[in-house]
Structure formats: structure tokens, C-alpha cells
Write a protein that binds this ligand. Structure first.
Ligand code: SF4
Length: 753
């Protein structure tokens, strides 16, 4: 589906020399992760080694993928860059906005109607700028990418945290914010802190009830939700080579649950089989020609302790099926211990719903193995005791598994096939009765199980397992059931056992699809009109931010002195606000509403210095903006931690805040602020935070000589007429100072500078 063979050829042609240069620069054999990263350096062949966890390095990714919720702002920004076409192959996938309610067809129709303006915008902007557009119903971003675009040795960024799914086919694939996607589409390099490396050696072979999902459920239990932070997890060993490409995808997908930058497997026969199975034999041929470059060097895998920062070993032959949860994906229970855990913790044993599929687990292998259990239920006169839903990851998978009779088997068991979309995985689930907030249990083959994620009910105990275990549990309707050891009573009162699941990695008759749901972009998009209704409350074209006026900033009113934790969620909340992600003015009404005001310990209540009254943060800031008065936000440590959400930087800029002055920044947010032309400053002496008073007017002095490494001066004009003068630091390099002067990085790109 329009994968770019020329691009892949060009990438592969650089591999031999670039990897050789990297080996020389680093002075030792290389892991696969290092090979791919060094092969994608913006500066070309490596001349020096980068320090893991320390060096910031610029890369040229090969692709960009965006889902519909995050693509809106990414593309609105891209429109500001003044480019005619995207610089690298890019795609948009309409998957997040479809609500599951009754079943695939009706739910999809309803979503198309409800989200028409968003889909029309994404479709037209994709058409104009050379972006592949996957319509609603085409599938979930990561499954569609794996089937069509992922390639061994490639590098991709995606505006979704489960982008690492493509690591199953040997790609470095990393989740980013929309501003990063915009930059790469505009042809700019992308910066990443050179990651640490965790090696996971897999030995043995899966069998029986155990599946690839159990590998990552086990790893999540070992590393916890934070254990992969700042690291790439590289899997290797005989066990790794025995896993299907889609099984590897499941493992890499859920690397996001341990906080990993991404996860990856090397190229092997299973990757080749999947590429050929998805009609990409030409890529398999090219990959075979440079095979040695698409896995780690021999010594790396023989002596992993020498090369990885941490090594974990898992024997697949001994691995038990796992069930993780509730409320967090790292609470890992081997199946044999799960029933006792359910009883001891008082979790509801009655299983209400089993949900299989999603981007994480809807491969042909997953579906065929789950269907083998559903067929047994029918054959053995068992009636599923729980509700059961199936979410195919793509239309290609759905069409194929329907053709091969699996969907029919699920329906015979009472299953409901949902749209090829995120649905219940992202809270797009009109679950009947969820509003009563009753304590209940569900089990899914998805990846995340945080409170409220699936149905908004904080009392829903959500567990994560393989599609096979989910199916067996749904048949039993009981979380204390262990399909490996327990019997069930069928409709005739006879005790029956479920045999081990079985399935096929790839469809024997090949994949098939009638309409994959793909819209290729126009050859020449210059005349394509981008559709945005000026009256829309969900979409708004962006206006460029004003350039710096060339003077120091004086008389800035203190908008808020935020106390303690101030994450991107505090600055730009999610939940109901997601609806306005494409409308900067409307979403700005959530600006800093979660931040705690130092002076009254309240959220969303700050003093308006113009009239002395207390009001909501966005309302006060809008008053300042209307009166042409600049303002400043003061914050504590690690301001802006959390996600890479660019709205958290755009909103203050849009509403007229001129500077953010904090004890320290989360780096991604700091960069986002710089990109939007905001002044991002830190106290040279962090105790100066205490000098800031509620009625301060603040001057920032020294901007005419704004230079890398040079401090600025901040004057705090207190209400009683006294003053404090303090020094502040910044981390702007020369190029970033130009962003500030131009009003934003995009303004500079547009000016062609
Ligand atoms: Fe994210 Fe779930 Fe959609 Fe996958 S199915 S992309 S995890 S929301």
C-alpha cells in the first residue's frame, strides 16, 4: 500500500558504510539498536561515540505515522511550515474516535457522522501534502503500519505511545508529540537522548497455552512501569527467533507499558515470512542482502553483559501464561497463582466481559488461536458466561479472518465483532451500566489497564492477558478458572476441559481484502483545499505567533506561581478536552487548570492583578491578553514532565504568556516551549523561587544580547515598591534563539531560514 521501496533502498544502501564507521567510532561490536541509530544520524557517518543516557543526538527518521486524535494539531502546525509536501513518507490513521457500542457496522457509521469535520480535515490535508490517509474503519495505526510500512532497520516516529509495535519487524519506532512529527515532516532532524540498552535474551520455545503476550507480561512484572525509561529493549536469542513477527510486535507494543523508548527484535526468518505474507517480498529480498546489519553483532549476543546496561533472560519453555493487573500492567501473576490472588485481594471473581483484539493482539495468529477455543466451546456444548468482543486491528485482518471462518466461530459463541478501531482500549466504549460505577472485572488482550481507561468506571478491575486466556476466561465467566488444570460444566451437566489452543501464524490462503480503506494523496496537491469550517468548535486553523518585538520584556504580571508537581496534564488536561485537540482557542480554556496556586493552594484560582479578583487561570490570562498585558508563569521542579503533548506549550503562548520561569524543566516540554517561541528560563539559584510574590510585576532584562550560555536578569517589582534582582539561566542554542526571535520554529521554517 504505497510503501516506499525507493526510500528503503536508499536507507539500506547507507547501512554498510555507516555501520562500519559506527563500529570504529564506538570501538567494539554493536547491538542492533546502535546499528539502526548510527545509520540514521543526521550528520552522516559517525565520527564519535555517543554516551548512552547522556548525549542528545539528531536523527533523520524514515517515516512518520499519526493517529487521528494527535494528527490534528500536528497537521495544523505542518500547514504553518509553508511546505508543499511532507519531506518523509507519512500516514494518518483514523482509529481513536470510533466509539464501540453495538457492533462494527453501526458504530462505524455513527462515528463517521459524529466526527465528519475531523475526518474531512484530515483527509483533505493528507491529500494536499502527500500523506497517506487511512479512513475510519481501515484499522488501528500500529497494526496497519506493521502490515504495510514497517521494515527491518528502519526508523519511524509516530504520534502515539504504542508506535514501538513496529519493532516486531526490526524497526526503531518511537512515540512522539505532534510538534516532533511536524518537524520531521517539514524535513528537520529529530533529536533524541541516546538511549540506554536493556537486553532480553529469550531461550527455549513457547508451547501450549503460552503466547508471545506472556513474554511482555513477564517482562513488565520484572521491570515495572518505570523500568524501561530512557532505554531501548532489544530481544535476542533462539527463543526470539522462534516467535512470529506479529508476536514480536505484541511484545514491542507493550514495551510502552514499562516506559521504554522503544523495543526491537532482529531480522530473521519469521520477519521474512511476514514480509512475504504481506506481499512485501521485494523488501525481504533487500533485507536478506544486508542481513548481517539487521541484527546485533555475534559477540553482543554471546556476551550480552558486556554490551547492554541490563540483561534479562527468559526461558520460553518454562514460561507460564500470565495475567497482569488490576489497574496497572506490571502487576504480573502467573496463571497458577492468579486464582489465589483474586480471592486474597477480594477482586470480583465473576468476569463480566472478555475483550480480544486491538493494536496489540489481533494478528492472524492471535485470532486463529482464540477461535480454536471458541470452536471448542461450541463443540463441547459450553455457553460463554461472559460478554465477549473482538476488535480486529485492520480491515485486512478482519476480512481474512472472516473469510477463513473465525469471526463466524466467535459469533456462534456469542461474541460481538467491533469496528477495526481503538474502541474500548481508549475509553471509546459506551458500556451499558458503567455509569453506575459498580465494582466489576473485565479482562482484555489490550495493553493498558489503568483505572477508568476502558469504560470510565474507576471500579472496573481490568486485567490484561493473551487472547487465548481472555477467551478461556470468557467461556468460564470466572477469573479463578485455570484452563490448564480446571474443568467446566457444560449445558448437559458434563465436566469438560478445554484443550490447548492452536492456530497459524499466517493465513494459508494468504491475506485478502476488498477495500483496505486507504486513500492515496493527490500527485499534485497544490489545488486541494483543506476543509475547516470557521464555525467549528473542534478545528481551527493556526495563526503564526508574533515575532519578538526586539525589546526587553517589562511589566509582566505573575499569572500563577505553581506549587509542586506540574505535569503536562496539569498544564493541558486530557479527558473531555481531547475533543478540542484541533482547536487551539477552545482547548486553551484548560490551560494550567490543574496546577496548584502557591498562594492559596487551590487549583484554577489565581489573582487577576488588574482588578484584584480571583478567577480561573484561563479567564485571568484572557483578560491580560485583551488588555495587551504580558504575563509570566513560575513553576517548581521538573515542570512539564509527563507527555510530549505540544498543547501544553502552545496554549500559554497562544494566550499571551511571555515566559515560563521554573526551578527545572522536563526536557521535552522545555524544547516544546522553545519551538513555540516562548521564553523558557530556570532560576540560577532555585531558592529565588521563594522571592516571587503574588502581586509581582516582572521584567526580563538582557534579551537584546540573548546568547547561548549567557544569563538573563529578572527584576521582581513587588507591590510594596521593593525590588529583587535575580539571575536566570536558559539552554537556548544559537538556532533556538532564532526561533524565539522569529516567534516560533515554524515561523523560521516558513521563512526558509
Ligand atoms: Fe492505543 Fe489502544 Fe488504539 Fe492501540 S488500540 S493505538 S493502544 S488506543
Amino acid at each position: 500500500m504505497a510503501f516506499d521501496i525507493g526510500m528503503i533502498k536508499a536507507v539500506y544502501s547507507k547501512f554498510p558504510s555507516r555501520i562500519e564507521a559506527a563500529r570504529k567510532a564506538v570501538g567494539r561490536p554493536l547491538t542492533l539498536t546502535e546499528k539502526i541509530l548510527y545509520a540514521h544520524l543526521t550528520d552522516g557517518e559517525a565520527t564519535k561515540a555517543f554516551e548512552r543516557g547522556v548525549s542528545y543526538v539528531e536523527f533523520n527518521p524514515d517515516r512518520v505515522a499519526m493517529q487521528d486524535a494527535t494528527a490534528q494539531m500536528a497537521l495544523l502546525q505542518f500547514m504553518q511550515a509553508g511546505r508543499n509536501q511532507v519531506a518523509v513518507p507519512s500516514t494518518v490513521h483514523c482509529d481513536h474516535l470510533i466509539q464501540a457500542e453495538v457492533g462494527a457496522v453501526a458504530d462505524l457509521d455513527k462515528a463517521k457522522d459524529k466526527n465528519r469535520e475531523v475526518y474531512d480535515f484530515l483527509s483533505s490535508v493528507s491529500n494536499k501534502y502527500g500523506i497517506g490517509f487511512w479512513k475510519p474503519g481501515a484499522g488501528i495505526i500500529h497494526q496497519v503500519v506493521l502490515e504495510n510500512y514497517a521494515f527491518p532497520g528502519g526508523m519511524m516516529i509516530g504520534t502515539d505511545s504504542h508506535t514501538p509495535n513496529a519493532g516486531g519487524l526490526g524497526m526503531i519506532a518511537i512515540g512522539v508529540g505532534g510538534a516532533d512529527a511536524c518537524d520531521v515532516m517539514a524535513g528537520l532532524p529529530w533529536e533524541l537522548k541516546f538511549p540506554k540498552l536493556i537486553g532480553v535474551k529469550l531461550t527455549g520455545k513457547l508451547s501450549g497455552w503460552t503466547s508471545a503476550k506472556d513474554v511482555i507480561l513477564k517482562v513488565a512484572g520484572i521491570l515495572t512501569v518505570k523500568g524501561g525509561t530512557g532505554a531501548v529493549v532489544e530481544y535476542f536469542g533462539d527463543g526470539a527467533r522462534s516467535l512470529s513477527a506479529t508476536g514480536k510486535g505484541t511484545i514491542c507494543n507493550m514495551g510502552a507499558e514499562i516506559g521504554a523508548t522503544t523495543s526491537i527484535f532482529g531480522y530473521d526468518e519469521k520477519s521474512e515470512a511476514y514480509l512475504r505474507g504481506t506481499e512485501r517480498g521485494d523488501i525481504a529480498d533487500m533485507a536478506n542482502a544486508i542481513k548481517a546489519h539487521l541484527t546485533g553483532d555475534d559477540d553482543v549476543y554471546s556476551n550480552p553483559e558486556k554490551y547492554f546496561d541490563q540483561v534479562i533472560e527468559i526461558n520460553l519453555s518454562q514460561l507460564e501464561p500470565h495475567i497482569n493487573g488490576p489497574f496497572t500492567p506490571d502487576l504480573a501473576w502467573p496463571l497458577s497463582k492468579f486464582a489465589a490472588a483474586v480471592k486474597e485481594n477480594g477482586w470480583p471473581a465473576k468476569l463480566e466481559v472478555g475483550l480480544i483484539g486491538s493494536c496489540t493482539n489481533s494478528s492472524y495468529e492471535d485470532i486463529s488461536r482464540a477461535a480454536s477455543l471458541a470452536q471448542q466451546a461450541v463443540d463441547k456444548n459450553l455457553v460463554a458466561k461472559s460478554e465477549y468482543t473482538i476488535t480486529p486491528g485492520s480491515e485486512q485482518v478482519r476480512f481474512t479472518v472472516e473469510r477463513d471462518g473465525f469471526l463466524n466461530i466467535f459469533e456462534n459463541m456469542g461474541g460481538v465483532v467491533l469496528a477495526n478501531a481503538c474502541g474500548p482500549c481508549i475509553g471509546q466504549w459506551a458500556r451499558h451500566g458503567a455509569e453506575k460505577q459498580e465494582k466489576n472485572s473485565i479482562i482484555t488482550s489490550f495493553n493498558r489497564n489503568f483505572a477508568k481507561r476502558a469504560d470510565g468506571n474507576p471500579n472496573t478491575h481490568s486485567f490484561v492477558a493473551s487472547p487465548e486466556i481472555v477467551t478461556a476466561m470468557a467461556i468460564a465467566g470466572d477469573l479463578t478458572f485455570n484452563p490448564m488444570t480446571d474443568s467446566l460444566t457444560n449445558e448437559a451437566g458434563v465436566q469438560v476441559r478445554l484443550d490447548e489452543p492452536n492456530g497459524l501464524e499466517l493465513p494459508p490462503k494468504g491475506f485478502a481484502v476488498e477495500d483496505a480503506g486507504y486513500q492515496a494523496p493527490a500527485e499534485d496537491g497544490s489545488t486541494v483545499e483543506v476543509k475547516v469550517d470557521v464555525k467549528s468548535e473542534r478545528l481551527q486553523l493556526l495563526e503564526p505567533f508574533m515575532p519578538w518585538e526586539g525589546t526587553d520584556l517589562t511589566g509582566l504580571k505573575l499569572l500563577i506561581k505553581a506549587k509542586g508537581k506540574c505535569t503536562t496534564d496539569h498544564i493541558s488536561m486530557a479527558g473531555p478536552w481531547l475533543r478540542f485537540r484541533g482547536h487551539l482557542d477552545n482547548i486553551s480554556n484548560n490551560m494550567l487548570i490543574g496546577a496548584v496556586n502557591y498562594f492559596n493552594e487551590a487549583t484554577n484560582k489565581v489573582k487577576n492583578q488588574l482588578n484584584g479578583e480571583y478567577a480561573e487561570v484561563p479567564a485571568v490570562q484572557r483578560q491580560y491578553k485583551m488588555q495587551g498585558v504580558g504575563s509570566i508563569v513560575v513553576g517548581d521542579e521538573n515542570y512539564g514532565e509527563g507527555s510530549s503533548r505540544e498543547h501544553a506549550a502552545m496554549e500559554p503562548r497562544f494566550l499571551g504568556v511571555r515566559a515560563i520561569l521554573v526551578k527545572s524543566f522536563a526536557r521535552i516540554h522545555e524544547t516544546n516551549l522553545k519551538k513555540q517561541g516562548m521564553l523558557a528560563l530556570t532560576f540560577a539559584n532555585s531558592s529565588d523561587y521563594d522571592l516571587i510574590q503574588e502581586n509581582d510585576s516582572i521584567d526580563i532584562i538582557g534579551l537584546r544580547d540573548f546568547a547561548p550560555g549567557k544569563q538573563l536578569t529578572v527584576v521582581l517589582n513587588h507591590e510594596d515598591g521593593s525590588k529583587d534582582e535575580i539571575k536566570v539561566n536558559h539552554t537556548y542554542n544559537a538556532g533556538q534563539i532564532e526561533w524565539f526571535k522569529a516567534g516560533s520554529a515554524l515561523n523560521l521554517i516558513k521563512a526558509g531560514l
